[in-house]
Structures are given as C-alpha cells and as structure tokens.
Design a protein around this ligand. Structure first.
Ligand code: ASP
Length: 239
C-alpha cells in the first residue's frame, strides 16, 4: 500500500493561525502538487460549505496550492477520482461520515489513498481516516449507517486528546476512561493525539510529529506515551 497521509489533531492550536502549526509537514506532503480537493462536509452549522472552503483556500493558496470544494463539483466521485490530493476538515465526525457515505465517497477515497494520493485530515477528518469513528469526542447528532470509517490506518484516533486536569471537581469520564471503555468492546489500538500533534504515514512508515508525546492505548495494556523520536511502526501492523 503506498499511503501518503498527514493526520492532524487540530486545525488551529492556541496562538497560531489556521493550519499554521502543520505548515512544514503539509508542504512536504504536497510537494510537486498544485491543487487540492477540500471536503467541508463535517461542518454542522455556523459556516457554509462555501465559507469553510474559502477558509481552506486562503491557507493553501499562500503555499501555491489551489483549492476546490467537493460541493462545487457536479460529480463528487469524479472529483475524488481526479484529485491531486484531498483534505478533509473538522467539525462533527458523525455528520462527516454520513455525508461521505451519502455521496458515495468512501470507496473512491479508500482506493485513491491506498494508491498514494496525499490525504490530509484535521480532527473529524483525522477520525474518519481510522478504522471506526468510535473514539471521536463528538455527539451523534446524525446517524451514519455504520461507524466503519475509511480505514486508511488500522487503528482509531482520538484527536484533541485531553489529559485529566489535576484537582478538577468535574465528575464526567476522563478521555482515558472513555478509551479504556472502548477497549472493553473493541480491539484496535487508539492513538490519543494532543493539540499540535500529527501522524505522518508514508506507506508502511509512521511518525509522530509536533512537540508533544502521544498517548497510545492497546487493549488490555496500560496506556503508553510515545515521543516523536520513538518507533511506532507496530501501529500499522496487524493487531
Ligand atoms: N469535533 C472534532 C473536530 O473538530 C472531532 C473530535 O473531537 O472528535 O472535528
């Protein structure tokens, strides 16, 4: 499989502009490309697909990449099949997956990405690159026909991973508790990606990028921390 992915936890970190913290990784991923197809389907409300696409366009045009929104194309499947690269932005993960199935984009995306088309995901766009969307932080505001996602990688991701806040009086489950609950019913590894972190996948090589460690959960084992310099290849191997 000749995968070429950049799976980013968040589009915007505290104190930096849209996609700014991932600029060098994005430029490296898109080297030699001049256009990109943006999929704005995760956006639940507040901003239209056109305005969301304009935001992505503004960021990528500075880097010499032209952007079209998938909704601007009469035939979204053809748009995916002909794209030089794809970027799926964040929002609500349930809505995004539902829309990907409704527009019959799941299979074409899987096929193109497995053949090496560069894929960028932020947040919900990173969730759907995993095996299922069962570890999103979002509420199921709509009902996709399945939680099975694009499975561009054989594990799940929890973006915006949050560590417990010391001395907090909050009584809800921590992110870690929820992921351990997930592992009561599912086998695949889960990568908790903190703000500013991203995974770079090139064929069978995977690297953690950004300044922070990532928290990796394997079923039945204690959570582990991996640094950007650590070998995390096992995540791409069968589990
Ligand atoms: N709502 C997040 C996003 O920004 C996804 C998540 O937290 O799971 O896309």
């Amino acid at each position: 499989m000749s995968r070429n992915l950049l799976l980013i936890s968040t589009s915007t970190t505290h104190g930096t502009g849209y996609l700014e913290h991932a600029e060098s990784e994005i430029k490296e991923l898109l080297k030699g490309k001049s256009s990109l197809l943006f999929i704005p389907f995760a956006r639940p409300n507040g901003i239209s697909h056109a305005d969301y696409t304009a935001k992505a366009r503004e960021a990528f045009e500075k880097w010499g990449i032209s952007v079209t929104g998938v909704h601007e194309h009469d035939n979204p499947v053809k748009a995916v099949n002909e794209a030089e690269a794809v970027f799926i932005g964040g929002g609500n993960t349930f809505l995004l997956l539902k829309q990907l199935y409704a527009n019959k984009l799941v299979e074409p995306l899987k096929e193109r990405v497995r053949k090496g088309m560069p894929y960028i995901g932020t947040s919900a766009g990173t969730n759907v690159a995993g095996k299922t969307i069962g570890t999103t932080n979002d509420m199921p505001i709509v009902h996709p026909k399945t939680l099975d996602a694009l499975e561009l990688v054989p594990f799940n991701i929890n973006p915006h991973y949050l560590d417990p806040i010391p001395d907090s009086t909050h009584m809800g489950e921590t992110r870690e508790t929820r992921i351990l609950e997930f592992h009561g019913h599912n086998r695949q590894p889960v990568v908790g990606l903190r703000e500013g972190s991203m995974l770079r996948v090139q064929s069978d090589k995977i690297e953690l990028k950004g300044p922070l460690t990532a928290r990796v959960f394997l079923q039945g084992q204690k959570p582990m921390e991996f640094a950007p310099s650590d070998d995390i290849t096992f995540l791409l191997e069968a589990y």
